[in-house]
Design a protein around this ligand. Structure first.
Ligand code: SF4
Ligand code: SF4
Length: 481
């Protein structure tokens, strides 16, 4: 890894940032970056506005983190607090997915889809739109403050601020009905936490994307340090093929002395387009986020001077050694699918299948029972024995459901609730549970005087055509004989 050497006897605790003014470039990786940028920004800003019909009893926002009611809606799926393992599973899949991508194509996450990269890229396009390309930006930076510079800086920072505000505003839309929250926000009726969140996210986007940019990747983010441990000699990384490029020399020099110089004409285009200002010819470094724009720049130079593309290219360290010795590198698919990526892919797929299975067999209703411990039982005046329970019936659907609770076991036992008369006690009771709610009932169970301590069950069944059910074991306490 390359790191700048301090001058002898000189200790630098803090290096002043050298502003980076990346030049615009075109090419296949730049076009891919455009695509990723448009898709990720469209998903981020647009998702809260997607609607999903769940009937009259549930919100119609496709993706909603309803913290107040402790529900997570995602299109046709509704996650309850007791099902948090789904969220944990998705987070684990995201983590392993990141390992998989890193092991296959290095820091592709950093180079293409990390929010810091996407917003920095967006702000750099704003720079070009207002100030012009790299050379114009350099001239404006060096120019003294005057009306034109003040106007351009003011306009640019205002656009930064609008984008940052929009970014903060989009975030809170995931936590409440987006159209309602927008109206309340502008009317001044939204919760204070909504304004505070937007303010914090506006400020962080403005600073991190507008000004700190590559410093976040190089100095603040822990991910590049973790990633280096995940890369091996089989991972594809952006590489300068020094055995082909060195020694550097101009086209004229190459024409005068054929074979004396390599393919690199030292035009610096690869450095000029780099969003972090790194020179990939110095070797792999934490400063390289693997965006591959230098590949586009160098390919275009090679095309202009009539030499084969790929002086800078995606390559594995293993292939570099083979190429250096004059051999042929492996086909790209072989380079992508090696043992480590296949293991990650297997684990990732297994967790995904397990989650899908759990989703397929999850019940939409369930029952849980908690027995009163003190007193464990009561003797009634007629000699019967009574136990009391708190029974919870959960309806996870967005419509009311009529449910039947039945005693299984406990011969001669009957039950009643606070809402019904003792005389109507039976082995079965019916309750309508409201949509998306848990019905909590006090249930009293009586059994004949000769009943001994034993286990029995509360069986729950939905009475509608969709059906479904659940059972919960319980204990019936009685005097020991
Ligand atoms: S763009 Fe290619 S030719 Fe130009 S300096 Fe970089 S590596 Fe050398
Ligand atoms: S060196 Fe190349 S791949 Fe690395 S960040 Fe700069 S432009 Fe992107």
């Amino acid at each position: 890894m390359h790191s700048p050497e301090p001058a002898p006897g000189h200790l630098d605790l803090y290096a002043k940032r050298k502003a980076v003014f990346p030049k615009a470039v075109d090419g296949r990786f730049r076009r891919f970056k455009w695509l990723v940028m448009v898709v990720t920004l469209a998903i981020y800003y647009g998702t809260p506005w997607l609607r999903w019909d769940r009937g009259p009893y549930a919100p119609d926002q496709a993706v909603l983190l309803d913290l107040g009611n402790r529900r997570f809606f995602m299109f046709g799926i509704e996650i309850w607090p007791h099902e948090f393992y789904f969220v944990a599973g998705l987070l684990i899949m995201a983590g392993i997915g990141l390992f998989l991508v890193t092991s296959a194509v290095g820091r592709a996450w950093c180079g293409y889809s990390c929010p810091q990269t996407v917003w920095t890229d967006l702000f750099q396009h704003v720079d070009r739109f207002i100030d012009g390309d790299r050379n114009a930006q350099l001239r404006l930076e060096a120019a003294p403050w005057g009306p034109q510079k003040i106007f351009k800086r003011g306009l640019k920072w205002t656009i930064y601020l609008v984008i940052s505000f929009w970014t903060g505003g989009a975030w809170i839309m995931y936590f409440a009905d987006a159209p309602t929250l927008t109206r309340e926000f502008w009317a001044g009726d939204a919760a204070p936490v909504a304004y505070a969140t937007v303010a914090v996210l506006t400020a962080t986007t403005f600073l991190l994307g507008g000004f700190m940019r590559e410093q976040v990747c190089v100095y603040m983010c822990p991910w590049p340090r973790i990633q280096t441990a995940m890369l091996d000699e089989k991972s594809l990384i952006v590489t300068y093929k020094d055995w082909r490029g060195e020694p550097r020399g101009s086209v004229k020099k190459a024409e005068k002395n054929p074979g004396a110089v390599g393919d690199c004409v030292d035009c610096n285009q690869c450095v000029n387009v780099c969003p972090t200002g790194y020179d990939i010819r110095n070797g792999p470094d934490i400063q390289c986020i693997t965006c591959a724009l230098c590949i586009d720049a160098c390919d275009s130079v090679m095309q202009q001077i009539g030499r084969p593309r790929g002086l800078i290219d995606y390559a594995t360290l293993e292939d570099c050694e083979i190429e250096r010795a004059g051999g042929q590198p492996k086909p790209i698919m072989k380079a992508l699918f090696h043992t480590r990526t296949l293991v990650y892919l297997g684990v990732w797929g297994a967790i995904g299948l397990a989650l899908l299975f759990a989703l397929g067999v999850r019940t939409q209703i369930d029952v849980s029972v908690q027995k009163d411990r003190n007193p464990p039982f009561m003797l009634m005046s007629d000699g019967e024995i009574r136990n009391a329970y708190t029974v919870k019936l959960r309806n996870m659907q967005t419509r009311p459901r009529l449910m039947q609770v039945t005693l299984e076991g406990l011969p001669g036992g009957v039950m009643w609730t606070d809402e019904m008369a003792r005389e109507k006690a039976a082995r079965e009771i019916r309750v309508t549970v409201a949509p998306d709610q848990v019905e909590v009932m006090r249930v009293y169970v009586v059994a004949p005087s000769d009943t001994t301590p034993q286990s029995f069950s509360f069986a729950l069944k939905a009475t509608d055509a969709e059906g479904g059910g659940d059972t919960s074991e319980a204990r019936f306490d009685a005097p020991e004989e």
